[in-house]
Design a protein around this ligand. Sequence first.
Ligand SMILES: *Cc1c(COP(=O)(O)O)cnc(C)c1O
Length: 378
Amino acid sequence: MTRDRSAAVLKLLRPSVQALPLYDPGADPEQVAQHCAGQPLLKLSNNENPLGVAPAALAVLRDYRPELLGLYPDPACLALRHALGERLDTHPSQLIIGNGSENLLELLCLAFLDPGDRVVTQSPCFGLHEIFPLMMAAQVTKVAPHPDFSCNLGAWRSALAGPSKMLLISNPSNPLGTIFDQQALAQLIGAAASDTLLVIDEAYYEYACADPDFPEVLGLLRAQHRPWIVLRTFSKAYGLAGLRVGYGIASDASLVAALDRVRTPYNINQLAQQAALAALGDPQHVARSRAFAAQVRAPMIEALGAAGFRVAPSRTHFLFIDTGVDAQEVNRRLLAQAMIIKAWREPGYETCIRMTLAQPDDNARVLAGLQQAVQALR
Ligand SMILES: *Cc1c(COP(=O)(O)O)cnc(C)c1O
């Protein structure tokens, strides 16, 4: 009976969905905690903010009047869009709010991609940059960096030489943590055909934006006579991953209107709208988060390098580390010690892991775990 039903489901399913790779959220912390009773759990698999929620958002959540939950939220997120508009010197009609920036990636693919359309993105890549285009039966071309993780402009030029519907990159890169600097980004944009939609996912913008070589993406894009959108989020530096709020800054109101056609009207719940608005008014939390990342990052990169690991030069609060051995095996060994990292599954990167940076003691614990695992596996 069950088997008949599942066969029927498969028969009904769109072939492109049947073939879709699964998103890997990492190991379940509750299960890991159960198996490792007594060992303090380290969840470093999802790039959450080690400093937690912005205090201003916490205050709003504590004072929230729950009877308001009987009402639908504002479908236009006007208060949040106006506040963001002021912050970004952008008209609110050019801003769209998503249930996480993931939601905006999904809307972009739903609205713009037909079967067979080409999407050019980078490798290693954020899972959803590949999964959502494939969901629409689009073709995904991925461009790899040089072995030292720097931008391979020649490879980008040839990938962008043919027609493509969308150029989709993360800057800083997830999972590498590296950046395309102003010059590289300008060259990349210049290499894309004028009818290619530019999607720049800046989920980690707040970590890199103070670096002098990090591009002024809005200035760069506003000089372009073509559609583009920049995605940012409250999940990372603002610490609101559990509430699901991201936003897009679009070239013009028509792009926002196009996405509104495929958006569920009430996609951002009330609590999330209010907490995000409060978090936006708490720049100190972002500054603390950036400073914390900068402080713990350099010593950990150095310690990993000294231990023989190849590490991408991150500008963020996470690291991409080549262990030189099977990353799934490394992952299993770290899980047994209550450390959750993300083993990379993408072809060509099966020896790599990504970890969120934590307190120095915790980073040292991961390093020791990695060294033990590699010794046992080599
Ligand atoms: C974390 C992340 C997102 C998702 O952010 P949400 O706003 O939580 O959906 C999007 N893009 C990249 C590159 C990310 O790393």
